[in-house]
Design a protein around this ligand. Structure first.
Ligand code: AHM
Ligand code: MG
Length: 335
């Protein structure tokens, strides 16, 4: 049999976001498009550094710790600087929050109408073992007449205008939503372009996989324990499979594509859980909802939570609608 010829009508990420901009008609200024183009360049550059890390002396600690008291890796610092510089240079972003920077970053004199929150390199504790890591980002519109500062990002996730992540794995994948569904792109390294490979991602309404750090079980609260029991010892004799990478981007990516539930609960030790609201929980919840899934703290829709500070945390459960609804029932039962 003859091989199919290669496709000749490639949809690049830039083409895709431009076409979304055109669909909005004259109301669109093109600013969000320019911002997203700037972000995709940072993803290519971070990807290239992650791949070469072992060879160019980028593994290991940078020697400082960030606001969460975690040791910063050289690649955390580098990825942060790449993003801050590119977003500042885009001229479209006047406010930033990064996991790696204590304070809100305000771009002096910028009239940029967007605010960006991001975790430049999530899951970096895995990096020296070559496990998947990723960049997570969310974008808010700055309110009209705003002074530009922390107020522009202390907003619930439902107000985001776009969110996404890039996963640096066996391939480099960028998954994006501008509020019109979710699309996935794969970096073609020979072209240096992200190509649309996963159009209109829809999460299955039920999955067969659960993804929790069960090593924390002794600290978990009863609703989480009883939910986990219910999927490990189900009446139908078909228990769920466990998959936990410990890199949120990779765990959520699998959940989006295969379905199931990803959770990082609050527990007796971490009173708000571990994951940061602004640049971890919100962008991922935005994507999961846009793909038809559900994201909850157990008792509240994550995208409704109003953040009190830029590095605040919240419990996270997200994934297939039926699976997350099951978990919510366990919370309701203990209310
Ligand atoms: P990080 O931002 O310091 O890399 O931490 C966030 C990561 C997430 O990617 C992942 O879901 C979680 O921490 C894993 O935590 P744990 O090792 O406690 O299971
Ligand atoms: Mg992180």
């Amino acid at each position: 049999t003859e091989l199919e010829p290669p496709p000749t009508d490639l949809i690049t990420l830039t083409r895709h976001i431009l076409s979304q901009q055109y669909a909005l008609g004259e109301t669109a200024t093109g600013d969000l498009t320019m911002l997203l183009v700037a972000i995709q360049v940072t993803s290519k550059y971070i990807s290239s550094n992650v791949r070469k890390a072992r060879l160019i002396n980028l593994v290991g600690l940078a020697g400082a710790s960030n606001v969460q008291g975690e040791d910063q890796k050289k690649l955390d610092v580098l990825s942060n600087d790449i993003m801050v510089n590119a977003l500042r240079a885009s001229g479209k972003c006047s406010v930033m929050v990064s996991e790696e920077v204590d304070d809100t970053i305000v771009v002096k004199g910028s009239k940029g109408t967007y605010a960006c929150v991001f975790d430049p390199l999530d899951g970096s504790s895995n990096i020296d073992a070559g496990v998947n890591v990723g960049t997570i980002f969310g974008i808010y519109k700055v309110s009209e007449g705003s002074e530009r500062g922390m107020k522009d990002v202390l907003k619930p996730g439902k107000e985001m205008v776009a969110a996404g992540y890039t996963m640096y794995g066996s391939s480099c994948n960028l998954v994006l939503s501008t509020g019109q569904g979710v699309d996935g792109f794969t970096l073609d390294e020979s072209l240096g372009e992200f190509i649309l490979t996963h159009p209109e991602i829809k999460i299955p309404s039920r999955g067969k996989i659960y993804s929790f750090n069960e090593g924390n079980s002794m600290h978990f609260y009863p609703p989480v324990i009883s939910y986990l029991e219910s999927i490990k010892y189900p009446a139908n004799g078909k228990p769920y499979s466990a998959r936990y990478i410990g890199s949120m981007v990779a765990d959520v990516h699998r959940t989006l594509l295969y379905g199931g539930i990803f959770g990082y609960p609050d527990d007796k030790k971490s009173k708000d859980g571990k994951l940061r609201m602004l640049y971890e929980a919100f962008p991922m919840s935005f994507l999961i909802e846009q793909a038809g899934g559900v994201a909850t703290t157990g008792t509240q829709r994550i995208l409704d939570v109003i953040p009190k500070n830029i590095h605040g945390r919240c419990p996270v459960f997200m994934g297939s609608s039926e699976d997350v609804e099951d978990l919510k029932k366990h919370y309701a039962a203990y209310d």
